[in-house]
Design a protein. Structure first.
Length: 139
């Protein structure tokens, strides 16, 4: 798994995280850095967004532990099985460490264990997605 092998893409980041405080905080910070972010709290909404606009997303930031019928691992399985979604890079963020064979099945492009520093996530995001707007620091 070479986390930096792909070229920078343009488009929205789909942020899938069930904890409102974490999801909204990360979305706000990414937006302050010029990224377009669509955030959802569960796998069902994430799958609806992806299927509804498969070419609209440049990156998925995915928590593995999600409430409801579709976990983060299930969502990733759907993504990998769908030719229109397979090529979207995915950064997995999680507080749990799956067994090696489970992690291999997920095939993440990058992996961040919680808790992580926002700067670490931002560095990964920059490898996959180009900002759409000037950042706050540029003003």
């Amino acid at each position: 798994m070479d986390q930096f092998a792909c070229s920078t893409r343009r488009g929205n980041i789909l942020l899938v995280e069930d904890r409102d405080d974490v999801r909204l905080g990360l979305a706000q910070l990414l937006e302050l850095h010029g990224y377009l972010v669509a955030d959802v709290p569960n796998g069902e909404q994430a799958l609806d967004r992806l299927v509804g606009d498969p070419s609209g997303f440049a990156l998925i930031v995915l928590d593995l532990l999600l409430p409801g019928a579709i976990s983060g691992a299930d969502l990733r399985e759907h993504q990998l099985a769908d030719a229109a979604l397979r090529s979207i890079p995915t950064i997995v963020i999680t507080a749990t460490e799956p067994r090696p064979h489970e992690r291999q099945q997920i095939q993440p492009d990058a992996w961040l264990e919680k808790p992580f520093r926002f700067d670490d996530l931002l560095a990964l995001v920059r490898h996959y997605v180009a900002p759409e707007r000037p950042t706050v620091a540029a003003h």
